[in-house]
Design a protein around this ligand. Structure first.
Ligand code: SAH
Length: 249
């Protein structure tokens, strides 16, 4: 039997899909892609006979029906999702449907946008002695966020934070971060369409970021990155220190 393949498309640049994801696109008979976020140039990797569905205009049951029909017709089906599907990918409900309908599936990870954005800035989230943890979160939108996960409460940790799906509320994000204990001088970066041709990067402090983001006209498809990992202070890692053993290098 053919299968449904969930594939992370990467953050934008069409070369940032994995080799495995690329090969699955080449073999696909049906591709269901997240049209509002993925780079459509990726679809050029498919055969001319491949059928395409844009999931932006489909409901969950329409998506799953299209997958099932593809498999019943003996075609390999690719479900192409932006970045990596384990981060705000709505993959859980799709996987449950695969199990209910006894469709076999595989999952191939992708480069999440938070990694693409760090690469564009040339930064490390885990700078030694500055922060060793990364919090990935979002503001509540149509999907609520549990109250114990408020941005204000996470701000208390003063560690590296990446905030998805929230740039439209950048002022509120800033207010919550400051209310939670971040100094207004804390560095912040907003990266719009990381790794795409029309990528934009805005680097500022909590005090000035909201205005700069509005000025740059950024309202969606952006990440807010905050924390001292973006600052000037850093310490050399012990990893490459001459007295350190080599087993992790
Ligand atoms: N699964 C995706 C995230 C999907 S949620 C991933 O791993 O990246 C959609 C949100 O992701 C957008 O609102 C935006 O906050 C962020 N996003 C997706 N692609 C992006 C990109 N290239 N640059 C910046 N942010 C991006």
């Amino acid at each position: 039997m053919t299968k449904v393949h969930f594939v992370g498309a990467g953050p934008g640049d069409k070369e940032l899909i994995t080799l495995k994801g690329y090969q699955l696109l080449q073999q696909a008979g049906v591709v269901i892609y997240a049209g509002s976020l993925i780079n459509l140039e990726l679809l050029a990797y498919c055969q001319p006979t491949c059928e395409f569905y844009n999931s932006a205009t489909m409901t969950l049951s329409e998506i799953v029906d299209a997958m099932e029909q593809g498999v019943l017709a003996g075609k390999e089906v690719v479900r192409l999702q932006t970045g990596d599907f384990s981060i705000y990918g709505s993959i859980r409900e799709q996987i449950e449907e695969m199990k209910k309908r006894q469709l076999e599936f595989t999952c191939t990870p992708g480069v999440s946008s938070f990694l693409g954005a760090a690469a564009s800035l040339g930064v490390e989230y885990t700078v030694p002695e500055v922060s060793q943890s990364v919090i990935i979160t979002r503001m509540a939108g149509r999907t609520p966020v549990p109250a114990r996960e408020s941005i204000r409460s996470y701000a208390q940790h003063q560690t590296s934070m990446v905030i998805f799906l929230s740039v439209q509320s950048v002022k509120e994000v800033v207010r919550e971060l400051i209310a939670g204990g971040y100094k207004p001088t804390t560095p912040v970066a907003v990266v719009y369409k990381a790794t795409w041709q029309d990528e934009k990067k805005v680097v500022a402090t909590l005090a000035t970021i909201a205005e700069k983001v509005l000025e740059a006209g950024i309202r969606k498809t952006a990440l807010i990155m905050v924390g001292d990992f973006l600052g000037e202070e850093f310490y050399y890692s012990k990893l490459y220190h001459e007295n350190f053993s080599h087993e992790y290098r």
